[in-house]
Ligand binder design. Structure first.
Ligand SMILES: Cc1cc2nc3c(=O)[nH]c(=O)nc-3n(C[C@H](O)[C@H](O)[C@H](O)COP(=O)(O)OP(=O)(O)OC[C@H]3O[C@@H](n4cnc5c(N)ncnc54)[C@H](O)[C@@H]3O)c2cc1C
Length: 401
């Protein structure tokens, strides 16, 4: 009987475990997580934060699910080390568990900029339910929040706090919002719309430090400007959780390096999810971690499968603001693209072309055709027959299904 150990209980870990169980009915599957909760949908945390979603609505697996699938989930625990020669993992409480195949699915932590004051009471990051609970508790007494980072996650979390009645100021290092999902035009339209909702933005601004005086906090910018706050939320990207992988000598670049089968360079040790670097990319998105977990699980259970990468695609989940971005969005306007724009309705639709194929898209305010467009980008189909009409929301997208 094969012993499978999985460090992690996020989407990479669970998709691996499900795949293993499908392929190997006999093997023992053990998973470890630092958290107290079973598997939940992390992208719903901003909706939990806003109060739009109850906690029970974000769980994907309940505890009986693990039992039913004959998996053991160790919660509220930590794997501290790995003994490669004995093929065991070593727990915080000293227990050891043997593995035949080990998957590191340790995810990522929030990146925190190296400025002073980030450890101050009232400064938060959002990655887990426990983080969200701490933020909600603080928000009950707060009126103003400064958000450091104007990326997708920051804006979604900021919107959650806005809905709880807080005034939200966003400090973003880039001169525009969502630098990876919009170009200058799209970002300007989005900014106007979000300002109309009550957000205020400080763009092209670097934070120098966070200072507490009495019960008040302030975020000091490099310009010397000070933004007063009752709480601060840092949302400045992710840092792959590579500690365990590093401790056993796995090759680390931007993340833990894996091949197409999700193998690290160490025998019987695989890695999948936010911690990995695959062909130079660290994805940090749910669908990529899910697919990587499936590929890892399949190879661990003896069925060869290769991961070919994931098309980066994102949606901004802020009620009333609709944004979809996929593939190469041509930040700098260097490629050929078809654009439709209606600033008064906050609509901007851009399709980026190379030769006769779509390679990327930004859809703001009108998401019609997003699935078909995403599919056309993925397959690289020839779209030359359809011309500029394709950027119109009213285009018949069944033609490119
Ligand atoms: C607020 C928020 C919103 C998001 N929104 C989106 C979105 O809209 N779309 C999208 O595609 N992606 C989104 N993401 C990103 C997405 O959630 C992640 O890419 C995905 O969850 C990564 O899954 P994972 O399995 O790699 O890691 P994680 O979910 O980070 O899981 C890591 C697991 O490893 C465990 N662990 C780590 N180290 C140890 C150890 N030493 N011992 C024991 N256990 C350990 C942790 O406890 C945890 O269970 C969002 C993320 C956040 C935080």
């Amino acid at each position: 009987m094969t012993e499978y150990l999985i460090v992690g209980n996020g989407v990479a870990a669970n998709s691996a475990a499900e795949t293993i169980r499908r392929l190997d009915q006999e093997g023992s599957i053990r998973m470890f997580t630092r958290e107290e909760f079973p598997f939940y949908y992390t992208p719903a945390l901003p909706e939990y934060l806003s109060g739009d979603k109850a906690l029970r609505k974000i769980f994907i697996h309940d505890l009986p699910w693990y039992e039913k699938n004959r998996m053991t989930l160790h919660r509220g625990t930590e794997v501290l080390g790995i003994d490669l020669s004995g093929k065991t993992v070593i727990m915080k409480d000293g227990r050891r568990f043997h593995y035949d195949r080990l998957l590191l699915a340790t995810g990522a932590a929030c990146q925190v900029p190296s400025i002073s004051g980030t450890n101050t009471d009232g400064v938060f990051t959002l990655r887990t339910i426990a983080d969200a609970d701490a933020i909600i508790e603080r928000a009950k007494k707060a009126k103003k929040v400064v958000l450091i980072g104007g990326g997708l996650l920051g804006l979604e979390a900021g919107n959650g706090l806005r809905k709880r009645g807080l005034r939200v100021s966003v400090v973003e290092f880039f001169p525009r919002l969502l630098p990876r999902q919009t170009d200058t035009t799209g970002a300007a339209i989005l900014q106007k719309q979000m300002e109309a909702m009550g957000f205020s933005f400080h763009l092209g601004a670097a934070t120098r430090k966070i200072v507490r005086s009495g019960s008040a906090l302030s975020v000091e910018l490099e310009t010397g400007e000070r933004l007063d706050a009752d709480m601060v939320l840092i949302s400045a990207g992710i840092r792959p959780e590579t500690t365990l992988a590093r401790s056993i000598g796995a090759e680390i670049g931007k993340g833990v390096k894996v091949d197409d089968t999700m193998k690290t360079g160490i025998e019987d040790v695989y890695a999948a999810g936010d911690l990995i670097e695959h062909r130079g990319s660290v994805y940090g998105i749910w669908p990529a971690a899910m697919e990587q977990g499936r590929v890892a699980g399949s190879n661990m259970a003896g069925k060869k499968k290769a991961y070919k990468g994931t098309l980066p695609a994102n949606n901004l989940k802020v009620a009333g603001v609709h944004l979809f971005a996929a593939g190469d969005i041509d930040h700098n306007g260097e490629r050929t693209s078809i654009v439709r724009k209606d600033e008064t309705s906050y609509i901007y639709r851009k399709l980026v072309l190379r030769d006769h194929s779509l390679i990327g898209s930004i859809l703001l305010g009108d998401l019609r055709g997003s699935d078909e467009i995403q599919n056309a980008i993925r397959t690289g189909m020839d779209i030359s027959a359809f011309g500029a009409d394709m950027a119109d929301g009213s285009f018949d997208y069944s033609k490119i299904k």
